[in-house]
Design a protein around this ligand. Structure first.
Ligand code: NAD
Length: 365
């Protein structure tokens, strides 16, 4: 292939011997392999820079372009990667990469707003300062809802409100509430901020773990994952459901994860906490059968958000990466918001107790 540029996709980079070698070397420095690129392989470098929010900076990408250009001019590949990387690809793998690089690309997702879908409804959305929660809060408001937007991060909530200022239909609004959902006083403040009936609740706030398996798991990681992902979710449901039962109307959407469906997607703490969210969802759906209150969950696959594991356990990360070979493309938060708002809306009538994977098909693999 001629010179690689920022316009080429990750798949095209991987199909090119010099491009692949440069990527392998960069990833090896971070203790990773090209397997971790599977969910973004259809993205161009330009798009990856834009969407990575600083994790893949332009300077790094431009350095890779320069390295590949120099390697091609010199007739040599970029220096070989260290021992952590995958073995050199076979000609069959190279052929597959080349075929994939040339395949037609599906169009990017574009939101199709349903005007008025949440008119006269109050919807509580947690995790609204970032990622999936923010995209959900934004979409509900743009579809006419009054959104009680909850997060610990005041800055992200301010950004959301500023972004939507002057852009919302009549009656729609964002009511920001800076709150920690593990705190009882904060739960009371959230319900008070709603100031009346709550028609729907999206429990999106969550925290990742360190990918630690149980033998290296620390108490703090376990307790934090359960406090936010499970206890916070339960506390807000417990506070909101009585009003929904009284009104004989309400939808709760919890956010679990691919890690709530299988054992190979995260560490022990996050995996156990997201399985607990599945149990809480199913039990509640059963308990409130025929009351007008429905409880479902969404299980996202990989989504490009602010969620970043820190202090990663190398053993656990290695195991998780080994299981990611057939992972679907990474999704944008707006794609998850499309799934969540469907379940939050009355369009999901007759759906109750379901764990809806929104993962591009990863869980089907
Ligand atoms: N990003 C992914 O690939 C992915 C995959 C599967 C599931 N999920 C789940 O999706 C949900 C949203 O995650 P995201 O990817 O948008 O992450 P994110 O980090 O971008 O957003 C999470 C938000 O939750 C907030 N939050 C965390 N703890 C809180 C607390 N105690 N009280 C109030 N707010 C709190 C954070 O401040 C943050 O704004 C989480 O439940 C996560 O487990 C994400």
């Amino acid at each position: 292939m001629a010179d690689l540029t920022l316009k080429n996709t990750v798949a095209e980079w991987l199909a090119d011997p010099e491009g692949r070698a440069a990527l392998e070397r960069m990833l090896a420095e971070a203790g990773q392999t090209t397997r971790s690129l599977a969910p973004v392989k259809r993205m161009s470098f330009e798009k990856l820079i834009k969407l990575s929010r600083g994790k893949f900076p332009r300077e790094t990408a431009e350095q890779l372009v320069a390295e590949v250009r120099a390697a091609k001019a010199g007739g040599t590949s970029a220096p070989a990667a260290g021992p952590e990387t995958e073995p050199a690809q076979s000609s069959a793998t190279q052929a597959a990469a080349t075929a994939e690089a040339g395949a037609p690309q599906p169009a990017d997702f574009g939101e199709a707003i349903t005007p008025g879908r949440f008119t006269d409804q109050t919807v509580v959305v947690t995790g609204a300062a970032s990622g999936i929660g923010r995209a959900t809060a934004s979409r509900v408001a743009r579809e006419g809802g009054r959104v009680v937007a909850v997060d610990m991060s005041a800055g992200g909530l301010d950004e959301l409100a500023a972004e939507l200022a002057g852009a919302l239909p009549e009656g729609a609004s964002i009511v920001p509430v800076v709150a920690n959902i593990t705190d009882d006083a904060a739960i009371t403040a959230i319900v008070e901020a709603a100031g009346g009936p709550i028609h729907a609740l999206a429990n999106v706030a969550g925290v990742m773990d360190r990918f630690a398996p149980v033998h290296t798991l620390d108490d703090a990681t376990w307790e934090r994952a359960f406090a936010v992902n499970v206890t916070g979710t339960m506390k807000l449901m417990r506070a909101v459901v009585p009003g929904m039962l009284e009104a004989a109307e309400g939808r709760v959407v919890n956010v679990t994860s691919e890690a709530g469906l299988r054992g190979s997607a995260a560490g022990a703490a996050y995996t156990a906490s997201k399985h607990a969210v599945v149990g809480l969802t199913k039990n509640s759906a059963y308990m409130y059968l025929n009351t007008g209150v429905r409880v479902n969950a969404v299980a996202p696959g990989g989504v490009l958000t602010g969620m970043q594991p820190t202090d990663v356990d190398p053993f656990g990360m290695g195991r998780v990466q080994a299981g990611m070979g057939v992972m679907a493309d990474i999704a944008m938060p707006e794609q998850l918001a499309a799934t969540i708002t469907f379940l939050l809306s009355t369009d999901s009538t007759n759906i109750n107790g379901q764990i809806l994977a929104s993962d591009g098909g990863w869980s089907a693999a």
